[in-house]
Design a protein around this ligand. Structure first.
Ligand code: NAG
Length: 342
């Protein structure tokens, strides 16, 4: 079977990324990140403005680097959701426009599923239990009966959001990402400050922990009881232990021999190290990717779009697909029927 050539567009958070995939090969995957000043997060309106400014440059780069012309593409895939409304729309508009202009089928992709499929493609994991951790999402997922089922998830904020907001309290740089700079500081931490450990059955909570460590930053650093580095270290150790615990329980339930970490927080080497200890003790294998693929990118949308196209949407009418090319801030992982796996 000839695999299609697919262009994928992603912009559900603060990165605009466009990639081209053919036969599971990444032909191009450029990306541009909206970086805010220290102490500031990214807001929907400004993030959408960033994407609008960059989307055509990134699109041209994706096509040139892949050495493909619009006529070589079989379909256009874009992020339908979940994500921030205005950034999602700013990219969906471009996807709809080029699909019309170039007369291509348009494929709406679930962002979380794109992370899972990109992780499976790059690492060759076949049926892993998945930990998906990013600035907007925290879920433990496993495949069963044509769905990616959510075994556990955050009941308030995402783990990446917890790290990002703590970075803001410390006024750490957001370049290249707040999480990367927390990871760097955590390596210099020596003293573990006990923090609330909030695992609730298979679910997990971070907002109380964030309030607690924000207060600790305001009191314990000034009093000399600990350093900012100690707090970064303690925060990582605590939240990653919580994530590894619920992942292990899902693996035990599913009798998994593979665990895959995806999402922006997934490039954190300390998280990978802690997960590896757990996986090794269970006789399971750990799979993870580097920042090119675990951070939001266009190729992952192209890969999920490619699987959806080949396993059914190929026979859909272009007009019908176009009618269905909307986006939504809320779109759960288990809403999608996984037509490409048995
Ligand atoms: C669990 O998986 C292993 C192989 O990974 C297999 O040998 C074993 O029989 C499985 N156990 C159950 C209860 O399915």
């Amino acid at each position: 079977v000839k695999m299609p050539t697919v262009l994928g567009l992603e912009g559900s958070a603060n990165k605009i990324g466009i990639g081209v995939i053919r036969d599971g090969e990444v032909l191009s995957n450029p990306r541009h990140t909206y970086v805010t000043p220290p102490g500031e997060g990214f807001l929907p309106r400004e993030t959408a403005k960033h994407h609008k400014e960059w989307v055509l440059k990134v699109l041209r780069e994706a096509l040139v680097e892949a050495d493909v012309l619009p006529k070589d593409l079989d379909c256009i895939a874009y992020t339908k959701g979940p994500g921030m409304g205005a950034p999602l729309v700013s990219v969906a508009v471009v996807a709809r426009t080029i699909a019309q202009l170039w007369d291509k089928p348009i494929i709406p992709v679930n962002h979380c599923i794109a992370h899972i499929e990109m992780g499976r493609l790059i690492t060759k994991a076949t049926n892993p239990t998945v930990l998906y951790v990013s600035g907007g999402n925290t879920q433990v997922i496993a495949y069963a009966d044509r769905r990616y089922r959510i075994f556990g998830e955050t009941i308030d904020i995402a783990v990446g959001n917890c790290l990002d907001r703590f970075a803001r309290v410390l006024q750490i740089s957001n370049d290249p990402s707040p999480g990367y700079n927390i990871e760097k500081m955590a390596k210099k931490g020596k003293k573990y400050i006990p923090l609330p450990y909030t695992v609730k059955g298979m679910d997990i909570s971070f907002s109380g922990l964030l309030s607690f460590i924000e207060m600790a930053a305001n009191t314990k650093i000034a009093s000399g009881e600990c350093t900012a580095e100690d707090l970064c270290f303690s925060l990582q150790e605590t939240v990653f232990a919580m994530l590894v615990e619920i992942t292990e329980r899902a693996m035990a339930h599913c009798n998994s021999s593979e665990v895959l970490i995806v999402g922006g927080v997934g490039c954190n080497l300390r998280l990978q190290e802690m997960m590896l200890v757990m996986a090794s003790e269970r006789g399971a294998k750990l799979y993870a990717t580097d920042e090119r693929f675990c951070i939001d990118n266009g190729a992952m949308i192209a890969q999920a779009g490619s699987l959806m196209f080949s396993s059914g949407l190929k026979s859909a009418r272009k007009e019908e697909l176009f009618e269905d090319s909307w986006c939504t801030q809320r779109f759960r992982t288990d809403e999608v029927e996984v037509t490409w796996r048995n």
